[in-house]
Ligand binder design. Sequence first.
Ligand code: ATP
Ligand code: MG
Length: 494
Amino acid sequence: MGAHGAVQVEKRGPPKRTRYYTDRPFWLKRQLLLNDNNQAPTPSSHGAAAGSPLVVARNEHPISRAHISSNALKVLYRLRDAGFQAFLVGGAVRDLLLGLHPKDFDIATNAHPHEVKQLFRNCRLIGRRFHLAHVRFGYEIIEVATFRAAHTPIDEDNSVDEGGHRVLDERGRILRDNLYGTIEEDVWRRDFTANALYYNIEDFSVWDYVGGVQDARQRILRMIGDPETRYREDPVRMLRAVRFAAKLGFTIHADTAAPIPKLAWMLDGVPPARLFDEVNKIFLAGSAQAAFELLERLQLLEHLFPDLANALHDAPAGSGARELVRLGLQGTDERVREEKSVTPTFLFAVLMWPAIQRAFAKLARGNDGDPQQLLAACDQVTLRQQARVAIPKRFTLPLRELVGLQPRFERREGRRALRLLNHPRFRAAYDFLVLRAAAGEVDAELAKWWTDIQAASADERIAQVESIGPGPRTASDGPRRRRRRRRRRPPAAS
Ligand code: ATP
Ligand code: MG
């Protein structure tokens, strides 16, 4: 039964009965109803129309057109003027409701993809079987999706069948399915209640079939339907739960969180390329620290980063490894907040370093910590990590360099040390050194020396490196290179 009762509505067109958020007492009443036992919203039956929505009138919600992309508005208006239903959906409505800036603006409509294409010159249909329309305005792409029927996968990675047959694999995951539907059907295929809100361009109201407005207000992340079934259909929803909870500061509802540890293993069957995308979204959205804690608590981490999970498991609380990850993610979050660039290279270096260190310790046993072994450890860990999360080469290669440069920071004597400053990967490697120092893994004085030398003039730099004696050679210096004496050749006989 729908969250707001199974009042029958027409399949298309505006609902017959609408309800409006009006006054305070209403909110309070709803709040009292919310506890761990209240049921997740579910459709009255699979594929059947949901109940009528709560319609939140324009004057009862804070979403203003001034905050909606003008291109999205253009698309919405044109669809409406052509006689179609047109709604802003998903993250944009949720974010606007919360007073945040949406990343992108997605639209849902009852127009079929070819009808959308006819309306816009700058439109391309994408997707293999289930078509989505992309309307392009310079750099901005507005995605227009036709309402989909029950059980069609919302995710583009899942192919869909024109015949409309639902195909599940043996674990209950949706493989193929397709059928265009109505808004009442579309709503049940969305993941969380706060993600299932529809902003109607007709009268600027918000349609809410699942209690999403209320949940958003109370900052509760709640799965639509039976959480376990929904995770089985698409295990990535477990990661999406973590991502939204961390990013929005929502609490995952107890019923929504409960099945996750038990089903975490299902991530092992998700294509590693999709996991790479999701991991990036999780960690580069400005709330990596909170997300990491949730991933650990919900036992998802060991399926994304098994080597890291093992290394942290063995590391005592407050150890350098854990501290490095904590500080690394904290730094990433700060950079995102300050709108500085963040790269998957540095992020994955942070997330893989404890495992690299552990593999290095094993490899280096008995051979005095040859720095070449550090690269071998990096390669081992990268290879194993790729089996879970497919990190593209354009990130793993610089990551390898960043790792390989770490031992070189320990050599400060002689002009050779200065060459490191000109290395193309110096900056990232130096940042990583600073992080290691902050985590107590290397001497803070070493990091400071490299900080100071960057600010020094050319002459000062030379004086600095020459003032340092060769000192005792450490294993990380690597094998000493012998200089070959040039043999004087006897003058060639003419
Ligand atoms: P973001 O702000 O990160 O873009 P979003 O909520 O818009 O968040 P998207 O991945 O852009 O997330 O997806 C848009 C909408 O599509 C979601 O709000 C949700 O309603 C639906 N959706 C996306 N992926 C899934 C999924 N795997 N299962 C169910 N619904 C999904
Ligand atoms: Mg989005």
